[in-house]
Design a protein around this ligand. Sequence first.
Ligand SMILES: N[C@@H](CCC(=O)N[C@@H](CS)C(=O)NCC(=O)O)C(=O)O
Length: 202
Amino acid sequence: MHLVGMMDSPYVRRVAITMRLLGVAHSHDQVSVFRHMDRFRAINPVIKAPTLALDDGTVMMDSTLIIELLEAQASPRSLMPAALAQKAQALSLIGFALAGCEKAIQIEYERKRPEALRYAPWLERVQAQADAAFAHLDRAAGAARPWLVGETMTQADVTLACVWAYAQLVTPDVAPAARYAAIAAHAARCEALPAFRETPLA
Ligand SMILES: N[C@@H](CCC(=O)N[C@@H](CS)C(=O)NCC(=O)O)C(=O)O
């Protein structure tokens, strides 16, 4: 299978790290959805990163759907807890992390508009949503034992670390490290692992 997308995308990175952690063999092409549109379109006409091209020609997109396939392929290896309550906890935290990520990206895109076209009430709403997501994640990181869902690292840890690294690189003011010290410490623990070090953000 062939992964397509730049590693500066938190979505591409969570897939790439998941592949390493689950031991899924793959190739990877760093193709940008903005700078290499024609090349990307030839692989996936919708131009979304990450894209996963399977050996039989199937084209997949959306990191969560791709990770679902990786989990099925790697079974019994898994980054998701088997027990229902822990699985729900992991999925809940992944949802908060992906929402925080979406809000950071929305703010970043809004800032790319000419000043006259920016809509302050929208930015305020999105920042408040980001605040809620990161505050929840910070409480969860503060209660980690030592991982977010107990003694084993899960997809919730992978996703939070990828989202955090992206937010710190691109929109550090949206989720200040000083305010979310527990997330910062938790993400640093993830980033020290080989699978993260071998899959740098940019
Ligand atoms: N929900 C998607 C979000 C993916 C996404 O928005 N990727 C960005 C790159 S970070 C992209 O493809 N942007 C180009 C576009 O949407 O036109 C996922 O989890 O994969």
